[in-house]
Design a binder for this molecule. Structure first.
Ligand SMILES: *[C@@H]1O[C@H](CO)[C@@H](O)[C@H](O)[C@H]1NC(C)=O
Ligand SMILES: *[C@@H]1O[C@H](CO)[C@@H](O)[C@H](O)[C@H]1NC(C)=O
Ligand SMILES: *[C@@H]1O[C@H](CO)[C@@H](O)[C@H](O)[C@H]1NC(C)=O
Length: 172
């Protein structure tokens, strides 16, 4: 009897853990998309837990925030993670899989421009509300492109002596 109830409990526990693992995990297509971002955001230490392992819970990865209900990525904190000096062109189609992405932090990344030849900035970053571009190599032509992001509420574009230059969107 004792042994039997032990096995029943153990089996139940295994099922609970399995169920829990399934419910907290992130979407596989978003995990793959995050891993693909590592080609550009290539800081070896900062993103070392972004692994190409099927089933790895990317919602628990450093610099990633998910909505706990939808399990979709909503915030990406990518400050100071692009290390290359040669290529400052960030391909925006890499962000297409993140359909619920609301905040994107891209400070200190030596980014010159957003590029895409298949998709528009507005379709790739459709739901974006907050964008921090401080301390990159963009010039003013970026503002024209960003006008297509209709949900954008806050754009932090530069920082001079620790004073944020924040543009409330739809007013610039
Ligand atoms: C999280 O996702 C749920 C379901 O999709 C949605 O109703 C809710 O507003 C989202 N919360 C945030 C903070 O985005
Ligand atoms: C951007 O990435 C997409 C998807 O991976 C690719 O098809 C496209 O050629 C890339 N564009 C540029 C300019 O590199
Ligand atoms: C501004 O940046 C864009 C994209 O990199 C570039 O094509 C353009 O020549 C730049 N304009 C100036 C005035 O530097």
């Amino acid at each position: 009897m004792e042994a039997k109830s032990f096995w029943v409990r153990l089996t139940t526990l295994v099922f609970i853990i399995r169920g829990w693992r399934q419910t907290v995990g992130c979407l596989e297509q978003e995990r793959i998309a995050l891993f693909q971002l590592k080609a550009f955001f290539n800081h070896p230490a900062e993103l070392k837990d972004w692994v190409n392992v099927k089933g790895s819970n990317c919602c628990q990865w450093k610099r990633v925030e998910c909505n706990i209900t939808s399990k979709r990525v909503i915030d990406l904190f990518l400050d100071s993670t692009h290390q290359s000096n040669s290529n400052g062109y960030l391909n925006v189609s890499l962000f297409l899989p993140f359909e619920e992405l609301k905040s994107l932090y891209l400070r200190n990344n030596k980014i010159t421009d957003f590029v895409d030849n298949k998709v528009s900035l507005s379709s790739a970053l459709n739901n974006l509300e907050f964008l921090d571009l401080t301390n990159n190599y963009f010039n003013d032509s970026i503002l024209l492109k960003l006008k297509s992001l209709t949900n954008l509420k806050v754009l932090i574009e530069s920082e001079i002596f620790n004073t944020f230059k924040v543009r409330k969107c739809n007013r610039y």
